[in-house]
Every structure is written in structure tokens, then in C-alpha cells.
Design a protein around this ligand. Sequence first.
Ligand code: PMP
Length: 318
Amino acid sequence: ICWSVRGGWHRPRVSPYGPISLDPAAAVLHYGQEIFEGIKAYRHADGSVHTFRPDQNGRRLQRSARRLALPELPVPYFLQSLRELIAVDGAWVPSGEDQSLYLRPFMFAKEAFLGVRPAHKVAYYLIASPAGAYFKGGVKPVSIWLSEDYSRAGKGGTGAAKTGGNYAASLLPQSEAYENECDQVVFLDQDRNVEELGGMNVVFVYKDGTIVTPQSDSILEGITRDSLLQLARDRGHNVVGRNVSLTEWREGVASGDIVEVFACGTAAVVTPIGVLKGRDFIDEQPTGTLALELREELTNIQYGRAEDKHGWLYRLDA
Ligand code: PMP
């Protein structure tokens, strides 16, 4: 799906998947003026197709647009684009355990010029790809590499926006994580507070049942995290957003105050953190059951196996 803007959104067009033609001077290629979203469509047992809290993705796309000086796509248009794509061929949404259609909306500066300024000609696209289970053979705890040399975003930067530059900045630290036999990288802020992983938020569970998650205006506000924390509140957990320093994390685990650490995002949903590794330490992380229970509860809602008590599902095929 492709829409373009030049003084208002116009020319919606659904076309077969294929290359985009772009002027070599297109602003996006030089200045990275682009944003995106990630969202999944799920097929329920009765065949219907639903997505999860797409209004939140639509609003986050608008916040990202503001930060990147791109025009805001109205949320109703955003929702319409998702429905139109499914209307082309609903069979694209696979059925079966943990299967989904991954939807990737994105917007970029198409205008060709070489000076540095916001572009006036912008395109919005939506592409899709079937996604299988993130974990083959069951959910496994991940190992996390602590990035000491690199940050993902700074104060006042673009950390809260879903824009390519943030991910570009995380590629090198992510390869450092692989070199150190870790699955993912965790970033700290300038005060050594925990921020997030390359593509997931982090959550800490304390012995007294309190759940703490980093609150910062330089991390992406995950929709999965927000939903899991709501489910935790429904169960009576006290949920707090605040700074968590690396020292608090490591000492909390050592003293038994922190009983579980997990990461969450649309792709993996929830994954327990099994190990935190730094240049000169390896901390085994405690394992609990809350992360997996919340994961089960959330995926049951997404796949229509449990009551959607918060009204989070949005039907795409009707
Ligand atoms: N942080 C980053 C940097 C991410 O890329 C993602 C994935 N979109 C998340 C957190 C989790 O966000 P969500 O739960 O909305 O997928």
C-alpha cells in the first residue's frame, strides 16, 4: 500500500509487492528522515482476522512523525491502511500456533534535494510478511550483553521515536553482543540507568510483587510492555515506572530482591532474561513464572482464546 503527501494525503494505491523507485537525492537516503511501526495480525479459530491495539501504533507513528519533522498520518487513515491490506487477500494471515502476519507501516522523505531541511514530499507504505513462532521449541531465556561503549539514544535525541537511525546505532553494539555470545544488547543512559534492548523493553519483578520498568523519554514506549503491565495490575501487582540503575539491577539480583527480569516487544512478546554479561562479570538472572504467565495471558487475548476485557482487539477483515 502506498500513499503520498504533498499538502494532504492523497493517491492511496495498492500494488503488487516490488521495488520502489527513488531519486538518488531523496532526503531519506541522506538524512534518514523516516519512521516505521511493527504490528501483527492474528487469525482466530473462527477464521476472523484481528490486530492488537493498532490505535496505539497509529499514535506512536504520529509521535515519531513529530520528532522527525514528518507529517502526521491521521490514525483513521492508519487503521484504514491495515484493513485495506487484509482486504486484498485475507489468506495472507496464517493460522496456527504462534503464527501471524507481520505488518510494517513506514513513512519516508521522498523529495529530492541536497540541503538539510524537512522534505515536503513524503510517502507512506505498508508491507507485510508472514511470521512464524519467534522461539522454535518453546520460550528460552535470552542472554544480554551490557553495552559500555555505545548508547542508543541521548537526552533530547530520537530515542522515543521509531526511526531507522536508532536501529542503525544499535547494529554495532548488537554485533558486539554476538561476539560475546549473547543474544541481545542492553543500553544504559548517560547516568548508567537501564534503558532498553535493541528492540525490546525491560521489566524487573521484585520480591514483594512490585514490578518496575525504566521510564525515560529516550526509550521506545512499547505497546507490549504497556499491555503486560496492565495485565499485571489486573492481578494486583503494583507497577512503577522509574529509573533503574545498573547497580540497582545487579545488587537486586545478588540480594534476592529482584526475582525475575524479562524483556518484551511485539516480535518475541515476552522473553525471560537468563544472563547479564558485561566486560568483567556474568550475572545469572533469577527465574520465575510471572513473565511466562503474562505471556500466556497476552497471547491468549491476541489469538482470541481469552476474553478481551480491555477491548484491545481490532478486527481487520470486517
Ligand atoms: N524498544 C525498541 C527499541 C523496539 O524496537 C521495540 C519494538 N517495537 C520495543 C521497545 C517494544 O515495542 P512494542 O512492544 O510496541 O513492539
